[in-house]
Design a protein around this ligand. Structure first.
Ligand SMILES: C[S@@+](CC[C@H](N)C(=O)[O-])C[C@H]1O[C@@H](n2cnc3c(N)ncnc32)[C@H](O)[C@@H]1O
Length: 377
């Protein structure tokens, strides 16, 4: 790991720490680093974080932090996963209707505020890492972020990557911004100021890094072949019994009857049933288990009798993935657990807000890795 004369761990601040996906990623990256403080407003998330890491994050609104507060930590790197709602599709629809959102949304303001503090700190962080939803890269918050970083002497490389590109049968494309303060630079400086859709640069490869979205999606179909089967991510202790909390209640959600009668079927439109031996499941959102449509896959535990023939939902014995299984798709370590008092809905909500360790760990390794000597561009 570069630019360290002495072998001291990098000092890291984790903003919007949630249940600690970023900290798990840092641990999995192999970077010698120490999280010197985490910041999070939600006390339930802080219970989970404390349970697993033995440290309770600083509880409060990130917006109220000052440059002086941050200076006290002498941090080398800031890791940030701000709330994503301002940039999601629903909000974009509102935008289309003419209502100003994005950075005007209160949820974006703590993020912009923290970035604005950078030039006012006595030792600005040498590295920054930002995670968010796809769509962020076209938002005005993104524009303001890049503007602030550029003015504060950072070079950036941006990525849109999904766990599918790392062998995990889970579709969760996310936006990432990696920033280094000059004179630090990236291992592949020719990728500066680019949005990259391939993990190639993380491994010293420069193959097809700048596809457009369609090419990336086509590519991901091929990637499925190299993914592990969904079965490997299942909690084998789960017994499928009708009426169990995680089983899917057709009567509430609408389905096709076993006698072939069409019922109102809100499920099949947008929810992918993941067969036990398949190689893909959809992104779990924080509303998984609360709503069915578009919030994540359901698991079909029984193969259809005739392959290719549509079978009724009941026959397929659908169930929700358990929180442990969602954590597995997020590549959380085996010893991650929720404290007993956390409800099922809260578990799904916090996991839905979290991130893929399989994706973030190699990005962090790349961010912290040694850089060539900076040349004037
Ligand atoms: C997208 S989630 C990040 C989750 C985290 N990376 C994880 O692995 O669980 C955003 C988090 O920021 C927290 N948050 C939102 N606004 C905040 C603010 N103004 N100050 C502190 N925390 C905030 C939310 O409670 C939520 O846990």
């Amino acid at each position: 790991m570069a630019e360290r004369v002495e072998e001291k761990p990098w000092r890291v601040l984790e903003f919007y720490s949630g249940i600690g996906g970023m900290r798990y990623s840092l641990m999995a990256s192999g970077v010698v680093a120490q999280v010197v403080e985490a910041f999070e407003i939600n006390d339930v998330a802080n219970d989970v974080y404390q349970h697993n890491f033995g440290h309770r994050p600083h509880q409060g609104n990130i917006q109220s932090l000052t440059a002086g507060d941050l200076d006290r930590y002498s941090a080398d790197a800031w890791l940030l996963s701000p709330p994503c709602q301002p940039y999601t599709r629903q909000v974009l629809t509102v935008l289309w209707l003419g209502l100003q959102k994005h950075s005007g949304d209160a949820r974006a303001s703590s993020f912009l505020k923290i970035l604005e503090l950078i030039p006012h700190t006595s030792t600005p962080p040498r590295m920054l890492f930002v995670e968010n939803v796809v769509g962020f890269e076209t938002s005005d918050t993104h524009m303001e972020m890049i503007d602030t970083l550029t003015k504060s002497d950072y070079v950036t490389q941006e990525f849109i990557l999904s766990p599918l590109q790392f062998g995990v049968p889970y579709s969760r494309p996310r936006y990432f911004c990696l920033a280094k303060r000059k004179p630090l630079s990236f291992q592949s400086p020719h990728n500066n100021n680019k949005l990259l859709w391939s993990p190639g640069p993380l491994y010293g490869r420069d193959d097809q890094v700048e596809f457009d979205k369609c090419q990336a999606e086509e590519g991901s179909e091929n990637l499925l072949q190299s993914c592990e089967p969904v079965e490997k991510f299942l909690d084998l202790t789960v017994v499928q019994v009708n009426g169990e909390p995680s089983s899917f209640d057709e009567s509430e959600n609408g389905s096709r009857d076993c006698d072939g009668q069409e019922k109102d079927d809100p499920v099949s439109e947008s929810t992918l049933f993941t067969l036990i031996d398949s190689k893909r499941c959809c992104c779990f959102t924080k509303s998984y288990y609360r709503y069915v449509k578009g919030t994540g896959s359901l698991l079909a535990t029984v193969q259809p009798k005739v392959k290719g023939k549509e079978s009724c939902l009941k026959e397929q014995r659908l169930r929700y993935f358990t929180p442990r299984e969602v954590a597995n798709f997020h590549s959380f370590p085996e010893d991650f657990e929720f404290p007993k008092q956390i409800s099922l809905r809260q578990r799904y909500a916090m996991l839905g807000n979290s991130l893929s360790v399989a994706v973030v760990a190699p990005l962090l390794r790349y961010l912290f890795s040694s850089s060539p000597v900076l040349t004037v561009e």
